[in-house]
Design a protein around this ligand. Structure first.
Ligand SMILES: Cc1cc2nc3c(=O)[nH]c(=O)nc-3n(C[C@H](O)[C@H](O)[C@H](O)COP(=O)(O)OP(=O)(O)OC[C@H]3O[C@@H](n4cnc5c(N)ncnc54)[C@H](O)[C@@H]3O)c2cc1C
Length: 385
């Protein structure tokens, strides 16, 4: 296969598919997604918990969430594929320091138009009866947060992108990208080669390897993240908010089929490309879960229904979105950590504006620019779950 296109998007996960779809909506005629695997959405996107929330601690993440939640609502209404449950996220803390940080985040969210509610200890524990109220200081709740089916997001974006005329080529591992005279890129892949005016890096946990093809060193590092499933002896399928114990980092939601999905991202985990469940994760959950969710302390975890995947992380827990000065025409849309599914709509919109307008009008991308790491000018997201 030899061909030419206007934009090549490397990677057919949620980010690449969203970028491709938005490029077509913005009027780019020929958009080609090159995906290594035999179908789209087999990378991190297939392993996500499906949570979406506006409750972040920095402006860029809150603005990406605000836009994306509205767009996910639209996508669900248009396709019915997302299994979207807006049950809210309930964030809980039992420390003074935690309360101060939660309050500052709540104020910032509210100043940016997010209707986050501030809850005293009693109101917070009343939201979900099984939460241990002893020592609880405060909580926050945002009703439009919730969870969805990440496979549904992939399916909906793929469906819309294809419907708009995006070409999606699977089994097309990108092996080299070269810039030729006149600024045109030659992208060599397993199915041939494609010439393009623009290349977008949306390769998730492999973003660094794609960056290296054009001499960019992107600090995107994969970390294994795990999810546990515990059966619920009560058999209840009544949904609850995504409950986050900020003091331990453990989060719990009830699955639609009953039972609980439990997450914990150990900040001391080393980088890894391993995607089998880490036995140390199960121990870490067991030692922490009783702190705020005591009724789950004795519920056995079902190892056959636990899973793991990779967070494509950056040092400041913000994505990298933008064109690097040293590689014009090569746009990065990478490093979404644990929030790529929920931020895919905003990411797509931002890249489409960069390519078609030469600037992003919907978001301030300055805090997400690729050069911030060498400049040492980082804004840290602390609500990393
Ligand atoms: C356990 C877990 C829980 C999570 N929970 C959530 C959550 O609740 N909410 C949320 O929003 N996010 C969550 N995430 C994070 C989310 O899954 C990621 O941020 C998101 O999927 C990243 O999307 P992506 O498209 O960048 O990456 P991917 O989905 O990994 O897509 C990248 C694609 O690029 C392809 N590729 C790589 N190299 C090449 C190449 N050389 N040539 C061609 N193609 C290539 C890959 O095959 C892959 O399909 C979770 C992740 C994990 C692991």
């Amino acid at each position: 296969m030899r061909g030419s296109t206007d934009v090549v998007v490397v990677g057919g996960g949620v980010i690449g598919l969203s970028v491709a779809r938005e490029l077509r909506l913005a009027g780019v005629e020929r958009v080609t997604v090159l995906e290594r695997e035999s179908s789209v959405g087999q990378g991190s996107s297939a392993r996500a918990n499906g949570g979406f929330r506006a409750q972040f601690t920095t402006r860029p993440n809150i603005e990406f969430s605000r836009y994306s939640i509205a767009e996910l609502e639209r996508l669900e209404a248009a396709t019915g594929l997302l299994s979207m449950h807006q049950v809210g996220y309930l964030l809980l803390t039992g420390t003074e320091e935690g309360e101060r940080a939660l309050h500052a985040a709540c104020e910032l969210q509210r100043s940016l138009g997010v209707a986050t509610e501030w809850l005293g200890p009693q109101e917070a524990s009343e939201r979900v009866p099984f939460v241990r109220s002893d020592g609880l200081h405060a909580g926050t709740f945002h009703a439009r947060d919730g969870f969805l089916d990440p496979h549904g997001v992939v399916a909906a974006l793929h469906w819309e992108a294809r419907g708009l005329g995006v070409e999606v080529v699977t089994g097309a591992e990108v092996r080299a990208v070269r810039r030729q005279a006149g600024g045109v890129f030659e992208v060599e892949h397993a199915r041939g080669s494609t010439r393009a005016g623009w290349v977008v890096n949306a390769a998730g946990a492999d973003a660094q390897a794609i960056g290296h093809m054009l001499g960019l060193d992107l600090p995107v590092t994969p970390y294994r993240r795990n999810l546990a499933y515990a059966r619920d002896p009560s058999g209840s399928t009544e949904l609850i908010p995504m409950c986050v114990d900020l003091d331990t980092g453990v989060l719990v939601r009830r699955d639609t089929s009953g039972g609980y999905v439990i997450a914990y991202s150990d900040p001391s985990d080393p980088p890894s490309r391993e995607t089998s469940v880490d036995p140390a994760f199960l121990e870490a959950v067991a030692s922490r879960i009783g702190h705020r969710f005591p009724h789950l302390a004795d519920v056995p975890i079902d190892p056959a229904h636990c899973w793991a995947g990779l967070y494509p992380e950056t040092p400041d827990h913000h994505a990298i979105v933008g064109e690097a000065a040293e590689a014009p025409g090569f746009v990065q849309c990478v490093g979404f950590g644990g929030h790529g599914v929920m931020h895919a709509p905003a990411a797509g919109k931002a890249v489409a504006e960069l390519v078609t307008l030469g600037r992003c009008e919907s978001f301030d991308l300055h805090p997400l620019r690729p050069s911030r790491f060498v400049e040492g000018d980082l804004v840290l997201e602390t609500a990393v779950l």
